[in-house]
Design a protein around this ligand. Structure first.
Ligand code: 1AG
Length: 138
């Protein structure tokens, strides 16, 4: 079973997403749509380079980065902000700090019990999402 983040994942729980979106300044109408989505992740890794694709029936979002190298992130279709982002390993957690207008913003990914865990942080709010593995095996 997968001990790495790589593969395809589908969301099975999503706690405090609304307050996270409020912290980002997302409108009530958009939050209502977003709350109903079952998000999927496809994570690809080539050495220290990651490609993380978040997809849904409504919008998609892709971020590409190298661990330890700061990059410019534009959260297109999300809150549409420009960030300076830096991803690092802290033990088995992949942690991203997103510096910009919003304080204490970022996320953390890790594997626990064969599930992909994600915490999304913004200004004291923490949204916790868990994804099950849906990678095709043959
Ligand atoms: C992320 O994941 C965030 C990916 O960086 C998207 C997750 C949640 C949405 C965030 C804010 C909501 C903003 C606007 C609502 C509009 C659309 C609904 C969500 C569409 C999803 C594509 C961390 C990591 C690497 O996995 O990206």
């Amino acid at each position: 079973m997968p001990a790495s983040l790589s593969g395809k994942w589908e969301m099975i729980s999503n706690v405090n997403f609304d307050n996270y979106m409020i912290a980002l300044g997302i409108s009530a109408s958009l939050r209502k749509i977003a709350a109903k989505l079952t998000l999927k992740k496809k994570i690809e890794r080539q050495e220290d380079q990651f490609i993380v694709k978040t997809t849904s029936t409504f919008r998609n979002y892709t971020v590409t980065f190298k661990v330890g190298q700061e990059f410019n992130e534009f959260t297109k279709g999300l809150d549409n902000r420009h960030l300076k982002s830096l991803v690092r390993w802290e033990g088995n957690k992949l942690i991203c700090e997103q510096t910009g207008e919003k304080k204490n913003r970022g996320w953390a990914h890790w594997i626990e019990d064969d599930k992909l865990h994600l915490e999304l942080f913004c200004e004291g709010q923490v949204c916790k999402q868990v994804y099950k593995n849906v990678s095709k095996t043959r």
